[in-house]
Design a protein around this ligand. Structure first.
Ligand SMILES: Cc1ncc(COP(=O)(O)O)c(C=O)c1O
Length: 403
């Protein structure tokens, strides 16, 4: 077999199992590949002739047979250089990875392409997820495409357009009076009775693998040279976990050399357990009920393996920081003015970047990549709500003229 599962905490190896993500020691089981075997066909040269989706890295994804791949064309998203900002800020190079260009408008497409391919390979046809929004709509779309039945559970304050998307893609959609982990408990409690395959964060091995392709792709798009710093909006953490794995695998395969990027997690104040952990010396403690941040993908007070995320941030020499809702809103406009439609999560990386530059944490020669994980449109209509409404030109002059 090209891949199996290895515990990140105790190192115990087990054979690949679609339900097995928790080791008996409490650690998380992650997919590990026979890189010797992988390297025989996955080469820099062979990549030149492959299709532009995340499946170009098929040897590093846990699916055996090509016909099981469930793909809507995810991945190979643009990496755009923010030249104008580079000239204004004390920074070497600045890029934004445009994950909002994925088929479901967020980076979640990658995780569900992989997770549902694995599910298809194991004959599963009923899937369920708890989500802050984008994971639910991505599951809904990929399940629809694969002909699987999807059940999605979202906090009731999830932005309306994302809920609409879930319905639109045909998922059985339910709003939950509570946060993402309350929604997750419903699935855990009902899984046996309902026959749901739980595709929640780190509940199965596929999603983190799909997200890993963000890291593989970034390295390839930068000519197999990794940036100094990656700024990523973090909730459940599978993006950070996946990308870190990608960089390690690429180093072992000999595709990249030297230091790996410093990973930075950005969260919103009011729900920032990773920031608390980093500031408190590294011990992760789930945040209690006192959550006051906005309903975004970063609002995860109790990620499935917070300790693993913190250990990656520390190992990479990175950090975590919290930005306010107002800073995020400002940042959405700042990114918009640079032509980038960004969700609150994506914009949080811009707000985080400004803070890091202020602190002098990023050197003037350094290369930084921001991950714009989703686009602004999914979270509308906040902008429209704050605009003045006019009936006539006279009205307009009275209300808005001269502004
Ligand atoms: C747009 C967006 N960005 C970031 C995140 C957080 O990602 P992760 O779960 O990989 O930490 C989410 C999760 O819901 C999201 O929807």
């Amino acid at each position: 077999m090209r891949f199996d599962l290895v515990c990140n905490a105790c190192g115990k190896r087990t054979s690949f199992n679609i339900h097995g993500t928790k080791c008996s020691c409490g650690g998380t089981l992650l997919v590990e590949y026979d890189l010797e075997l992988v390297g025989r066909t996955l080469t820099k040269e062979s990549l030149q002739w492959r299709g532009t989706s995340m499946w170009r890295y098929e040897e590093l994804l846990p699916v055996v047979r090509k016909e099981h791949v469930v793909s809507l064309g995810e991945g190979w998203t643009p990496l755009v250089r923010l030249g104008h900002a580079e000239r204004r800020l004390p920074i070497g190079k600045l890029w934004v990875k445009r994950e909002e260009q994925n088929p479901t408008g967020s980076f979640k497409s990658r995780g569900f392409s992989a997770a549902l391919s694995v599910a298809k390979e194991h004959g599963i046809c009923k899937v369920a997820v708890n989500s802050n929004g984008n994971a639910a709509s991505a599951l809904a779309a990929y399940a629809g495409y694969a002909g699987m039945e999807a059940y999605v559970f979202l906090p009731q304050d999830c932005p309306g357009i994302i809920v609409e998307e879930c319905v639109h893609y045909g998922a059985r959609t339910f709003l939950v009076d509570g946060l993402i982990h309350d929604a997750g408990k419903i699935i855990v409690d009902g899984a046996a009775e309902q026959g749901w395959h739980n595709v929640g964060t780190l509940k199965e091995p596929g999603r983190a693998e799909g997200k890993k392709t963000m890291g593989l792709e970034l390295a390839e798009q930068l000519g197999w040279k990794l940036p100094d710093v990656i700024v990523y909006p973090t909730g459940g953490g599978s993006g950070i976990i996946g990308m870190w794995n990608a960089f390690k695998q690429l180093r072992e395969l000999g595709f990249v050399e030297g230091e790996l990027p410093r990973m930075v997690s950005v969260q919103e104040s009011g729900c920032d357990p990773l920031v608390q952990a980093i500031e408190g010396g590294g011990r992760f403690v789930a945040q209690g009920e006192d959550v006051s941040s906005n309903p975004t993908g970063m609002r995860v007070p109790n990620p499935p393996d917070g300790g693993l995320i913190v250990s990656i941030l520390q190992e990479s020499g990175g950090t975590a920081l919290a930005v306010s809702g107002d800073e995020i809103r400002e940042a959405q406009l700042a990114m918009g003015r640079q032509g980038i439609s960004s969700s609150p999560e994506g914009a949080a990386t811009w707000a985080g970047l400004l803070r890091l530059l202020d602190r002098g944490w990023i050197g003037a020669e350094e290369e930084v990549v921001l991950f714009n994980t989703s686009h602004a449109m999914k979270y509308l209509p906040w902008a429209a709500q704050s605009l003045p409404v006019v009936r006539s030109y006279r009205d307009w002059v009275a209300l808005a003229g001269g502004r």
